[in-house]
Design a protein around this ligand. Sequence first.
Ligand SMILES: Nc1ncnc2c1ncn2[C@@H]1O[C@H](COP(=O)(O)OP(=O)(O)OP(=O)(O)O)[C@@H](O)[C@H]1O
Ligand code: SF4
Ligand SMILES: [Mg+2]
Length: 351
Amino acid sequence: MTDQVAPKNPAVPSLESRKAKPKGEVLLSVKELEAVFETGDGVVHAVDGISFDVHRGEIFAIVGESGSGKSVSAMTVMGLLPTIKIRSGEILWKGTNLLDLDENAMRKIRGREISMIFQDPLTALNPVHTVGRQVAEMARIHEDISKKDAMKRAIETLDLVGIPEPQKRADMHPHEYSGGMRQRAMIAMAIMCKPDLLIADEPTTALDVTVQAQVLDVLVDIKDEIDSGIILITHDLGVVAGLADQMMVMYAGNQVEFGTVDDIFYETAHPYTEGLLNSIPDLVGDHSKPLVPIKGSPPSLINRPSGCAFHPRCTYARVPGVCADTEPKLRDEGNGHLSACHFTSVDWKPQ
Ligand SMILES: Nc1ncnc2c1ncn2[C@@H]1O[C@H](COP(=O)(O)OP(=O)(O)OP(=O)(O)O)[C@@H](O)[C@H]1O
Ligand code: SF4
Ligand SMILES: [Mg+2]
């Protein structure tokens, strides 16, 4: 580890103020997961050898450009992709490999122990039933509970996620809710059974900035209230900086960087991550910093570039015969901070 350097993104609180919290137990441990879609056009390498742990009490963020495999990774954990082919790896949930479970066993875990909050509540909520009924239904599926008690708990849960007049609003239909309220209702559905892990896939993308912040606050409060872990998938590095504990950066189905938010923002180890950070404005501090988008676009996951998949876009791919020819493996930069680049940051960062 090097001495503290100026942060890439000053939105991240200082290292001093982000003292490492003691970690809770490991809930989820994904090991060397490789999963593909076999399509008419070829094999889509959507998830290629990713590994990470999620602990109770932590927010684990997955970031990367569109099509990098973030949602497929999460949906594979949930067992929600019928056409995916798992080529290798394990998804250990409290020690049990979810890949060994049949659909019946998965259904018992889904919604009760692990639940998902989707980006678009309008497609996830049923327009013909009241919100209260849909939230109550989550408890009815997994628990031996009367309709009346389930509805009582649904109203309490709507209250918990900050829906005003929950008694009255429980009787309303999704179209009578605002976007932010619908997302809160989705969160209420997801937490009815107090799951140990919440997976939130771009939970606030469709909302305006103020409402985004409110919904994210609700998520964090809920995590503490029910003592769960969260996997947060987002394009928004500002959100990651402010909320997450650990993070994984994905590129073209690969895990290119993994570590604590501090390590990744302050001691960026992978050129792709640096590119992501350079392409967003600093949220505080130097607003005049020029934004530098990453040149080019993400590759097809059917015909990925040889060697390091990032090499056609990488500013530092200057060593002939290395970047374009050999696939880099994840390497520990120190303290479990992993980077899949042939070079350490000392080699590629301009000094
Ligand atoms: N059912 C499917 N069949 C074939 N390919 C798929 C399927 N679902 C996803 N893919 C492909 O897998 C790759 C990873 O997709 P994924 O949805 O995980 O991306 P993402 O990182 O979540 O992107 P975004 O930020 O746009 O949500 C993409 O190339 C996508 O086209
Ligand atoms: S291995 Fe080469 S191309 Fe890939 S990120 Fe590192 S320097 Fe860039
Ligand atoms: Mg996605």
